[in-house]
Design a protein around this ligand. Structure first.
Ligand SMILES: NC(=O)c1ccc[n+]([C@@H]2O[C@H](COP(=O)([O-])OP(=O)(O)OC[C@H]3O[C@@H](n4cnc5c(N)ncnc54)[C@H](O)[C@@H]3O)[C@@H](O)[C@H]2O)c1
Ligand SMILES: [Zn+2]
Ligand SMILES: [Zn+2]
Length: 361
């Protein structure tokens, strides 16, 4: 019997989200139905509702989630009913050219559920990032479920499913931050602060937080920022150079997703340094840079998709660090909310009042 649950739907471009009945099919081959226990509100959900990702409305939003497996379909062996899991949007295929080269964190053919969840009238839904977890239950590919230690509360564990993993991984995996590095992070929302935390855990000796909002800069300190720069009042490139002996940072992480902040990142890094773009731009944005500077400054310009994470490797490891008190994930949970408060959470995100609002079910 299909399940009838409540879910948060974005019905059209820019329209406020609504809670509606969602029909979740029984899991087919290779699929799992998960009882969602918590799901964080990520900026990417807002990008979906604003039509910034694609036009495949209606969307079932939510993709930063943890829960317990309710049922699995035929042939599923990796997880079983009762398992405590974080949902991921990188269920690697094992067969694409990236997987076959031994670089599965780039997998180009990740798995999602084959069946569609629908509205009560049968309208098929597009689940955000193939997850759709602002709902009491959701249908995913079994490989999207990563088992972790159930001692970690769902509101915290779920955050590793997207933004916090993206930020931690932008520093640790993509940026390769290591002991003694200087790092600057531009944009200190949930993703940027996670990049600060990742840099701190990796041993960076100087971590410069840049934002336009003093409230965000204050929070960045609790994740390990050693210096802060308000780029509304201070030129961030000059400030970062001053703080790094006149040279620029070894690694600069852009966690806003705008051309002007990318340019700041580009010029705020030391010669041969690394820029990591983890903020997601919109299709209208373009970038112009002197090609001579791109050549002459050397180093690496990288993008970070989902922190180049491998869920099976990274989620259990990070949850263990959290449970040992070595990774401040609690600091990201600004508030817990109900399903019908997602629209208000978008407004709070927009006003810069929260790092993460987390729906707890
Ligand atoms: N690459 C990935 O895999 C991935 C995953 C999740 C989210 N993201 C993206 O990361 C970005 C950040 O996400 P978030 O959830 O932290 O968003 P957020 O809205 O919570 O944080 C954005 C921060 O940037 C600051 N900011 C805005 N304009 C700025 C400017 N000009 N200069 C400096 N700071 C500025 C804001 O004050 C805010 O603190 C978004 O673009 C999101 O879509 C990427
Ligand atoms: Zn693959
Ligand atoms: Zn996200």
């Amino acid at each position: 019997m299909p399940y009838e649950v409540r879910g948060v739907i974005a019905g059209g471009k820019g329209e406020p989200v609504t809670v509606q009945t969602v029909i979740v099919p029984d899991p087919g081959p290779g699929e799992a139905v998960v009882n969602v226990q918590a799901c964080g509100v990520c900026h990417t959900d807002l990008h979906y509702r604003e039509g910034g990702i694609n036009d495949e409305f209606p969307f079932l939003l939510g993709h930063e989630a943890a829960g317990v497996v309710e049922a699995v379909g035929p042939g599923v062996t990796g997880v079983a009913p009762g398992d405590y899991v974080i949902l991921n949007w990188r269920a690697v295929c094992g067969n694409c050219r990236a997987c076959l080269r031994g670089r599965p964190w780039y997998c180009f053919a990740t798995h999602n559920a084959g069946q569609k969840m629908t509205l009560a009238d049968g309208t098929p839904l597009s689940p955000a990032l193939g997850i759709g977890a602002f709902a009491e239950k959701t249908l995913v590919a079994a490989g999207q479920c990563t088992k972790v230690d159930p001692d970690a509360r769902p509101a915290v564990a779920g955050l590793l499913g997207c933004g916090v993993m993206a930020g931690l991984g932008a520093a640790i995996n993509t940026g390769g931050v290591t002991r003694g590095d200087s790092v600057a992070v531009i944009g200190c929302g949930g993703v940027g602060d996670a990049a600060i935390l990742g840099s701190s855990v990796a041993g960076a000796s100087k971590i410069i937080a840049v934002d336009v909002d003093d409230r965000k800069l204050e929070l960045a300190g609790q994740f390990g920022a050693t210096h802060t720069v308000n780029s509304r009042t201070t030129d961030p490139v000059e400030a970062i150079r001053e703080l790094t002996g006149g040279h620029g940072a070894d690694v600069v992480i852009e966690a806003v997703g705008r051309p002007e902040t990318y340019k700041q990142a580009f010029y705020a890094r030391d010669l041969a340094g690394t820029v990591v773009l983890v903020g997601v731009p919109t299709p209208d944005m373009t970038l112009e840079l002197p090609l001579l500077d791109v050549f002459g400054r050397g180093g690496a310009l990288k993008s970070s998709w989902y922190g180049d994470c491998l869920p099976s490797r990274d989620f259990p490891m990070l949850i263990d660090l959290y449970l040992q008190g070595r990774l401040n994930l609690d600091g990201f949970v600004s508030e817990t909310i109900e399903l019908d408060e997602v629209e208000e959470a978008f407004a709070k995100m927009h006003r810069g009042e929260v790092l993460r609002s987390v729906v707890v079910l």
